[in-house]
Design a protein around this ligand. Structure first.
Ligand code: GLY
Length: 414
């Protein structure tokens, strides 16, 4: 039986392990979480401990490793596993720069004329402020390195910009990841998460998804890793798919080739659509979270086959169920700032015909689950329409509770 190791511990990794459970394979997850432990053998190795992960794969003769989060990719896990002769799904350290350095990604878009906002790059706060003094607001200030979804600020005034630049470039609240910032023009439009699969030669899009990054209803408040998602996006029809293919994916593939980036894995393109034109906001080099929790349940193909095809360069068509999926994130009060853990989760957490419950941050003790992260559960409804998927998801949300829980009420309100 094929042995597969998933690396990571969130809702995305639970969705990956859930999808693997539809296949004949033996699944491991490092380190996993309470929910994942119901479907896979959880191994207590952290996602950034590459040498121990590799030793485990060698010892157990694991056939395929799937990397969930960006951190091990940024540390070169794919390069090390490949050198040792093991199959691993994800881009190399060099290719992952598209996510790990926003400055690199912006220069790449500009060099190849890919549609993106105007930007400037700074590592000196005085120069950044002088530039901001010439700008109209809002503007977007981004930490160039990795910031767990918390490094993007939509800034409304010069005063606010001063304070953010100071915190990042002088007080180093993001450490070295914030040595450099990117300041971009703000583009008002509708956001799309377009996840694609690349096999080094081809780039094949998934159905489009929509994330809800701000903490509060009405897309207000600080950015989070994502408070809810749905897919597909009803307003995007076949004409849109064709347009995206011509205006975005074909030029992107050419740019990757010219830059000698042989990309294998998920390339997630965060897009803003304004007046029918797509602008690249960011790249991520992995499945999105919570995008994975809506896309994987709708994907018909076998996940192991897809991963092997992506690694070996044989990717062909992706097939999707003609349904909608919608995820609501139940979070610990205080997230994305400080929050408490160890709260007992009450309610029925079993999947049923219309809902799947992915664990993002839980611990299992005996037969009970306790909170152990900022995002705790991803409640996914599946229905024939978006409204139906939404109804199923929120129905289950109303039946679950833990102390100080928080969720948005407007996921999927168009
Ligand atoms: N949901 C946004 C992300 O995965 O980066």
């Amino acid at each position: 039986m094929t042995k597969v190791l998933v690396i990571g511990s969130g809702g995305r990794e639970h969705a990956l392990v859930w999808k693997l459970a539809q296949t004949q394979c033996k699944a491991y997850c490092a380190p996993g979480n309470g929910g994942i432990s119901q479907l896979a053998h959880c191994i207590p190795i952290s996602a950034d401990n590459i040498s121990e992960l590799l030793a485990f794969v060698k010892k157990e003769n694991v056939d395929l490793t799937i990397v969930g989060p960006e951190l091990p990719l940024s540390l070169g896990i794919v390069d090390e596993f490949q050198e040792a002769g093991y199959k691993i799904f994800g881009p190399t350290k060099n290719a992952a720069q598209l996510e790990t350095s926003k400055a690199f990604a912006r220069k790449f878009c500009s060099k190849y004329n890919l549609p993106a906002p105007n930007f400037e790059i700074f590592n000196d706060s005085k120069r950044a402020i002088s530039y901001l003094e010439t700008k109209e607001f809002p503007v977007v200030i981004k930490v160039s390195g990795l910031a767990q979804g918390k490094g993007v600020f939509i800034v409304q005034s010069l005063n606010e910009a001063h304070s953010i630049v100071k915190k990042i470039l002088e007080n180093r609240i993001f450490g070295e990841e914030g040595n450099t910032i990117v300041i971009e023009d703000f583009i008002e439009g509708k956001e799309i998460s377009l996840l694609t699969l690349c096999d080094g030669e081809k780039i094949i899009p998934c159905i489009p998804a929509r994330d809800h990054k701000p903490l509060y209803d009405g897309n207000k408040g600080p950015n989070t890793g994502g408070m809810g998602t749905y897919a597909p996006v009803p307003e995007l029809d076949e004409k849109w798919t064709e347009k995206i293919e011509n205006e975005l994916l074909t030029p992107l593939l050419e740019a990757l080739k010219k830059e000698n980036i042989e990309y294998h894995g998920v390339l997630y393109i965060g897009l803003m659509i304004k007046e029918d034109k797509p602008y690249i906001l960011e790249f991520n080099c992995r499945w999105g979270d919570p995008e994975a929790e809506v896309l994987l349940p709708l994907l018909k193909n076998d996940l192991v086959e897809i991963c092997i095809n992506v690694i070996e360069g044989h990717l062909s068509i992706l097939e999707w169920k003609k349904l909608y999926a919608l995820t609501v994130i139940m979070a610990s009060g205080g997230y994305p700032g400080k929050y408490e853990t160890g709260k007992i989760i009450k309610g029925n957490l079993a999947d049923n015909d219309n809902t799947l419950i992915f664990h993002c941050g839980t611990k299992r003790i005996d037969h009970s689950f306790y909170t152990s992260g900022g995002r705790v559960l991803a409640i996914t409804g599946i229905g024939a329409t978006l409204a139906e998927a939404r109804k199923y998801a929120y129905q289950r949300v109303s039946e679950i509770n833990f102390e100080n829980m928080y969720y948005r009420n407007d996921i999927g309100v168009l």
